[in-house]
Design a protein around this ligand. Structure first.
Ligand SMILES: [Zn+2]
Ligand SMILES: [Zn+2]
Length: 264
């Protein structure tokens, strides 16, 4: 078997991604209540007792809400860098010593039959990171909650078979929407979130059009619509000569249900 991926939930109300191989079942973030994550896992026929590890990108509540509960309930180790540990300590509650795994950003490590590479992203958190997850020759890149994507990140994520790519807001909707100015400023800053246009631009630079799967993620409820995100990225791809059905598989993630399970 290869590697499986499912976005259980994505958006500012909670993020949780699932990766499975023969030997490993891993969550990336657990930003919903423990109960909700259990329900989402059971919707794809995965029993929460079988989860081997949880990796954490950063301490914001929409990424860690259920992490402590799941760790305590099923004795699951949590992997996060030191600054993230310090910042999420109060939110996630007490974790057993043997389940506290401190990783270093930008330093690769093995998790069963997975190779995990982390890289720093640009977001208003203590030490936020994205992940590239390797299994044999297959690579999955997870990049949400970043205000911009620099060349170093582009180099790291290039060559993935699946991209979970933030497409947070439509620039016009954010500008004209009802958010207070400081929040608008925060979201659109280089330490905030990627717009649909920036997602399209990044993807046009990293994709080669050989059937890669692209899942647009962390869509804002207030400042985006799934159809707008999809169309903005689709147009970008088409401008660069890529057809979103023939050359890549462009798909959306949801805040209230799991995507299909992709097998790579
Ligand atoms: Zn988030
Ligand atoms: Zn965040």
């Amino acid at each position: 078997m290869g590697i499986k991926f499912c976005s259980l939930s994505s958006g500012s109300s909670g993020n949780c991604q699932y990766i499975e191989t023969d030997r490993m079942k891993v969550l990336i973030d657990g930003g919903l209540s423990g109960k909700k994550i259990e329900g989402l896992l059971s919707s794809i026929d995965v029993c929460p007792t079988t989860i081997d590890s949880i990796l954490v990108t950063h301490e914001h509540i929409d990424h860690v809400r259920g992490v402590g509960v799941l760790s305590r309930r099923y004795d699951i180790p949590i992997y996060a860098n030191e600054n993230t540990w310090i910042s999420m300590e109060k939110t996630i509650g007490e974790i057993k010593g043997h389940n506290i795994k401190v990783i270093e950003s930008n330093k690769d490590f093995e998790l069963g039959d997975l190779d995990i590479h982390s890289f720093e992203i640009f977001h208003d958190a203590a030490e936020p990171i994205g992940f590239c997850v390797y299994h044999n020759n297959t690579k999955i890149s997870i990049i949400t909650d970043t205000g911009w994507v620099n060349d170093s990140i582009k180099r790291k994520i290039k060559g993935s078979s699946l991209y979970l790519m933030e497409s947070n807001h439509d620039v016009k909707m954010l500008k004209e929407g009802k958010y207070p100015w400081y929040l608008k400023k925060r979201i659109s800053s280089t330490n905030g979130h990627l717009s649909n246009l920036e997602a399209g631009q990044t993807l046009s630079e990293v994709l080669s059009g050989n059937g890669e799967i692209v899942l647009l993620a962390h869509l804002s409820k207030e400042n985006n619509r799934p159809a707008i995100a999809y169309d903005t990225v689709r147009k970008y791809m088409e401008y660069y000569g890529m057809n979103v059905h023939r050359d890549i598989a462009l798909d959306l993630t949801y805040r209230d249900k799991a995507t299909k399970v992709y097998t790579l």
